[in-house]
Design a protein around this ligand. Structure first.
Ligand code: DOR
Length: 448
């Protein structure tokens, strides 16, 4: 494989079923110097270009995971940028946006630069990092949000892992008035959460989690968020939506591009009470996985397009930490590697199509956050793609997982295909579950 001065490589993928936002067509893909050169029925490549024969396989543009927690710095016993990004590319994710609730949290430019330096030469995928909003930095965020490698601003309206928090409307309004990029929001109402955790005596079952952080906790915060988005005119992105009621609210308020919505595979593929009976605290996350009524509503919203993108909310903890008694067991489920296999099963089960996967993990993320050169195989775009073998239909194997967390509630789920080759800017970085070459991830670029 030729490595050029531009850092991109050349690759000729032949006879693949290329999945686009509208259709699936057998085509060749030619990547030169890390950029898509041509996608057509038959492409003639210059001599010496490395060739991948992909007959019978699907090719998707590289998938973008808009919400991961890779825990570095400070919590590397759970994950780090090397292990998390390796899990990402093994699962077909070629770019990720990482969350700021590390230790220390990413709350100023120096900490953003520190993360970028840590990622350099260690991240297998392209990347950007969110800055976390606080009462202290609220008025400075607009100065920082366009710094290179910044994914934008993340707000925690309710406490979750770490201590980042914007619990009140006055501070949230200051955050929304500082800057212009879409703000990503964890929407749970802190005052209500405090009240409800205060009623616990300890030793309750984790199956109570969706009642502790109940529908009203999510709905109340989302109502406040939409009010403030409308008042300030600032675009917001509602992360990991978990209730039918919030989806109805978004529909009713009809705020157009002001509000975009993200869902996680956990809320789409797990359901209470079974997930807690079967997996205990391994299925505990914030906002919680709820019952089938919510799962059905989420699946419908994803299929109809109300949900703009899917982010894994990959949130690893160790098994020892997860074994603590509820509510001291930490919230979070690893998932960066299992998103694509799960969505392939949704296609097999008939509630999504292959082009929907492109909408939810490629063009949708690019629309929501404005990535430059990502999420598409249009000529000139970055040569990122994932090749899927739809014939690999075994149960999801535990030894395929690369996250340091070492567990997934989806191990054993019958698959409808598995990613077999992942390509970042023309470089094969993962093949048949093993890393290839070196970690060549770079900061993502954005358009205003
Ligand atoms: O369950 C969760 N875990 N939800 C979050 O918002 C944070 C995440 C984590 O970082 O562990």
């Amino acid at each position: 494989m030729s490595l050029t001065a531009g850092g991109g490589a050349d690759l000729w993928v032949r006879r693949a079923k290329v999945v686009g936002e509208r259709d699936v067509v057998e085509q060749d893909v030619l990547i030169l110097d890390g950029r898509v050169q041509q996608v057509a029925r038959r492409v003639a490549a210059p001599d010496g270009i490395p060739e991948l024969r992909a007959r019978g396989r699907l090719v998707f543009p590289g998938l973008i995971d808009t919400q991961v927690h890779f825990r570095e710095p400070g919590l590397e016993h759970k994950e780090d940028l090397a292990s998390g990004s390796l899990a990402a590319v093994t699962g077909g994710i070629t770019a990720f946006c990482e969350m700021p609730n590390t230790d220390p949290p990413t709350t100023d430019p120096a900490r953003l630069v520190d993360k970028l330096q840590r990622a350099h030469g260690r991240s297998w995928a392209d990347h950007a990092f969110f800055l976390g909003a606080t009462a202290d930095n609220a008025d400075r965020l607009g100065d920082w949000e366009w710094l290179p490698g910044c994914a934008g601003i993340k707000v925690f309206m309710g406490s979750s892992t770490g201590n980042l928090l914007v619990p009140d409307d006055a501070t949230l309004e200051r955050v929304l008035r500082s800057g212009t990029r879409r703000v990503a929001v964890h929407s749970e109402d802190e005052p209500r959460l405090r009240e409800r955790y205060g009623q616990l005596r300890g030793g309750e079952s984790v199956a109570l989690h969706p009642d502790v952080r109940d529908v009203e906790s999510a709905l109340r915060a989302t109502r406040r968020l939409l009010d403030l988005a409308e008042k300030t005119g600032r675009k917001v992105h509602l992360l990991h939506v978990s209730t039918a009621e919030e989806l109805d609210l978004v529909r009713e308020r009809d705020l157009g591009e002001l509000v975009t919505v993200e869902a996680t595979p956990n809320h789409l593929f797990l359901a209470a009470p079974y997930c807690y009976e079967r997996h205990g605290s391994l299925a505990q996350m914030n906002p919680p996985v709820r019952d089938l009524r919510h799962q059905d509503a989420l699946r419908r919203a994803v299929a109809e397009g109300l949900v703009a993108c899917i982010g894994s909310d990959h949130a690893p903890h160790t098994l020892d930490e997860k074994a603590r008694e509820y509510p001291r067991s930490p919230s979070g489920i690893p998932g960066v590697q299992t998103t694509l296999p799960l969505l392939l099963t949704a296609v097999r089960d008939g509630w999504l199509t292959y082009p929907d996967i492109v909408r939810l993990l490629c063009t949708g993320p690019a629309r929501v956050y404005g990535f430059e050169g990502k999420g598409t195989l249009e000529p000139g775009s970055d040569g990122d793609l994932v090749i899927v073998d739809p014939r690999m239909t075994d149960p999801l194997p535990a030894d395929w997982l690369r996250s340091r967390a070492g567990f997934s509630p989806f191990v054993g789920t019958p698959l409808a295909g598995l990613p077999v080759v992942t390509v970042v800017r023309g470089h094969v970085v993962s093949q048949d579950g093993e890393s290839v070459g070196a970690p060549i991830g770079r900061p993502l670029r954005y358009r205003a």
